[in-house]
Design a binder for this molecule. Structure first.
Ligand code: GLP
Length: 246
């Protein structure tokens, strides 16, 4: 795992955009895994700007969303479908058939997890997985627990995660209780992983991810075992990392 610390959120997002653009230039038909959340918003904006400027081309790129709330359809403003459509896909020249995501409205969620996991395997894995990190060190919606769940699965969201994400909903009760998430194997099989962390709310989680025990109680810690994982963090998220990372 490599760690790179930037002064600001803006710098972190710029470095992340360069990383993603390099990946697509190197392999124009890259398969990219996408995290939602506040952290990658400026990265996605910068990718849209780069596409408009002609410095990156999404024509052959395929994307896989990391996760989705159960019970929110694509038209729901807090669904991750909606998030990616408005924050990224509307601004890049991606082909709509190249956009893959779990269906949070599927009648049979177990079958939907199996379908989605098979779709990831069918493309021979993900070239670049973009991750955020939850305040409890979750990645995707892989919540802390007694064991890692390898495959795409249904998750009951922890109270901590529901509380953290309540800011996006009108009332806390509107926050979904369930989600579909890629599993740890889906994530760890990616060729490259880029984890973004910004802000003081992530200092503890980032410590666990970078130098804590490798444990399913801090899911992001498993990334220490990945051979091509890069953590990009701004100074405030990195505040508690040991000096050697700074
Ligand atoms: C969400 C998503 C994650 C995201 C994380 C952090 O619940 N499932 O994919 O990385 O929480 O979100 P934020 O960047 O808004 O802090």
């Amino acid at each position: 795992m490599k760690v790179r610390i930037t002064d600001t959120y803006e710098d972190m997002s710029e470095a992340a955009a360069e990383f993603v653009i390099d990946q697509i230039r190197h392999k124009p038909n890259s398969v990219i895994g996408l995290a939602a959340g506040a952290t990658p918003l400026l990265l996605y904006q910068k990718l849209g700007e780069a596409c408009a400027a002609g410095t990156v081309n999404f024509a052959r790129v395929r994307t896989f969303s990391l996760d989705e709330y159960i019970g929110l359809g694509p038209e729901h403003p807090q669904s991750f479908h909606f998030y990616f459509q408005h924050n990224l896909f509307d601004h890049v020249n991606i082909h709509e058939d190249h956009v893959l995501a779990p269906d949070g409205m599927a009648a049979d969620v177990a079958a939907e997890c199996a379908r989605y996991g098979a779709a990831i395997e069918a493309v021979d894995g993900i070239d670049l997985m973009i991750l955020g990190i939850g305040p409890n060190a979750h990645i995707g919606f892989n919540e802390p627990g007694p064991s890692f769940v390898p495959e795409t699965h249904v998750v009951e969201l922890s109270e901590a995660t529901r509380a953290a994400n309540a800011r996006f909903f009108e009332t806390p009760e509107d926050t979904p209780y369930w989600a579909i998430s890629m599993g740890i194997r889906d994530i760890m099989f990616a060729q490259n992983i880029l984890l973004l962390a910004s802000g003081a709310g992530k200092t503890g989680a980032l410590m666990q991810a970078v130098c804590g025990d490798i444990t399913p109680e801090a899911p992001a810690s498993v990334l220490q075992l990945h051979r091509n994982a890069l953590v990009l963090a701004d100074r405030s998220a990195a505040a508690r990392l040991p000096e050697k990372y700074k």
